[in-house]
Design a binder for this molecule. Structure first.
Ligand SMILES: NC(=O)c1ccc[n+]([C@@H]2O[C@H](COP(=O)([O-])OP(=O)(O)OC[C@H]3O[C@@H](n4cnc5c(N)ncnc54)[C@H](O)[C@@H]3O)[C@@H](O)[C@H]2O)c1
Length: 422
């Protein structure tokens, strides 16, 4: 850290997430600044560089060059796509930079474990963007559980209800349709939250799930491979025209084209990936999956991830020895009841501005405070904690594909023995 105590960030990947974290530097210029940025898309890089006041000479299309040339960095934020997380984080850590890494750490289980080792070897801190830990709802739930408000946890039901438009955008047409299993890409957050809330180690996992709906045999009669050419587009809830060609140009529409004018978006829908019929994409990830988890102390958890919801929401029920807790993230309530009492207490935690109920901004606030104070051990999220949720996601995927119950200790040993996936 320089004497001015301003945290200097280097950004790799100037898309949706790179922007979500960099926004903190605009609202807190006395605490943090983006000193350099890298994106392979020159248009996006320039737009980002201008917005966050990155000097022209510190804008790069190649991350290796940026990390070799720029010295003025305290923390590198790796926010490019999953497949390159390992390479980017490794480069940053080996050059001695602390790193804030987007989840998933890597689509390869061995690489996830290896990153924890590389960070330790280079005496650098590796934090993972598990932003849910910073959301008001889960922070409050953690306090309630830690003070045993409903006694000892016996069981949890948790659901991640992905909206029909979100699954169509990200996991059918878009970036996350085939690179990593959805249970890793989307739900390592949820598995991490379950680990955090229970405070226990996962012993065994089983899972079922399929890609059932978004495939060509379910294409309605009269549909075409692209929405622009489709005769039944007007009746289709997944229509790309309905999703991207409206007045709304924020996320996810901003993802389909750097230029968000109607003309550019119309071209993107006519020609690009996001204009494809949801029944005619090259998507490979499942559209619904359930995971059963056995933790230490016999705690059982059922987790349901699915893409068939009118609205996006996370819902959780925590069942304890003295009562139960029910919470809904998007409706922002927590209801507590105790056995033997008719009383019901409802808490509505204060929601902060920004994505993930303000979780993104709270994570950045924490990271900046930690970097300025040097108190890295107080970080609410770090790679050695986050990696467990990743390994659980890989185990769930093995269970789903092979129809087996996975024992976590043996699974982890096997990953270390086998090394990187082919
Ligand atoms: N923490 C969360 O809640 C959360 C939410 C959504 C996405 N994510 C994760 O964040 C990451 C980024 O997702 P996104 O939605 O911002 O995607 P995005 O497409 O909006 O942004 C990724 C950016 O990285 C750039 N890029 C690709 N390869 C690069 C390279 N080699 N070097 C430099 N830049 C490169 C792309 O051009 C793009 O601008 C993904 O790994 C995703 O899984 C996390």
């Amino acid at each position: 850290m320089k004497k001015d105590n301003i945290v200097r960030f280097g950004i790799i990947g100037c898309g949706f997430r790179g922007t979500a974290y960099s926004d903190y530097t605009l609202s807190h210029p006395e605490e943090a600044v983006v000193t350099c940025a890298c994106d392979i898309l020159p248009g996006r890089l320039e737009q980002f560089g201008d917005k966050y006041h990155v000097p022209k000479e510190n804008r790069y299309v190649d991350a290796k060059t940026m990390l070799e040339q720029v010295k003025d960095i305290d923390i590198v934020i790796v926010a490019n796509l999953d497949a390159d997380h390992f390479e980017m984080a490794k480069m940053a850590l080996e050059r001695g930079f602390h790193c804030l890494l987007e989840k998933p750490m890597s689509p390869d289980p061995w690489e996830c474990l290896e990153l924890v080792r590389i960070a330790e070897e280079n005496n650098c801190k590796l934090l993972v963007c598990h932003v849910l830990r910073y959301t008001p709802i889960f922070s409050t739930l953690k306090e309630l559980v830690d003070r045993e408000e409903v006694g000892k946890i016996i069981s949890i039901h948790h659901a991640e209800n992905v909206s029909y438009t979100h699954i169509a955008h990200s996991y059918v047409r878009g970036n996350f349709r085939k690179l990593s299993p959805i249970i890793l890409a989307k739900s390592c957050h949820d598995l991490d939250i379950l680990n955090w809330l229970t405070g226990k180690k996962c012993k065994k996992i089983s899972s079922f799930g399929e890609l059932t709906y978004f495939k060509k045999e379910n294409a309605p009669i009269g549909s075409a491979t692209r929405c622009m050419e489709c005769s039944i587009e007007k009746d289709c809830p997944f229509s790309a025209l309905k999703q991207y060609l409206t007045e709304e140009t924020g996320w996810p529409t901003s993802m389909i084209s750097v230029d968000t004018s109607l003309e550019a978006r119309t071209k993107a829908v006519r020609e690009g990936d996001y204009g494809r019929c949801v029944f005619h994409c090259d998507n490979a990830v499942v559209d619904h999956q359930i995971v059963n988890i056995l933790y230490e102390d016999d705690i059982t958890v059922s987790f349901n991830l699915n893409g068939f919801n009118t609205t996006e929401t996370r819902e959780i029920r925590i069942l304890g020895t003295k009562g139960d807790i029910r919470a809904n993230m998007e409706k922002n309530y927590i209801t507590i009841r105790h056995f033997g009492s008719q009383k019901e207490t409802t808490i509505r935690p204060k929601v902060h501005a920004g994505a993930h109920s303000g979780g993104d901004a709270m994570l950045m606030k924490d990271v900046v405070e930690i970097a300025r104070s040097g108190n890295w051990d107080s970080a609410r999220t770090n790679a050695s904690k986050s990696v467990d949720s990743h390994i659980m996601a890989f185990a769930a995927e093995v269970s789903r594909q092979e129809g087996v119950i996975v024992d976590m200790d043996s699974f982890k040993e096997e990953i270390i023995k086998k090394g990187r996936m082919s």
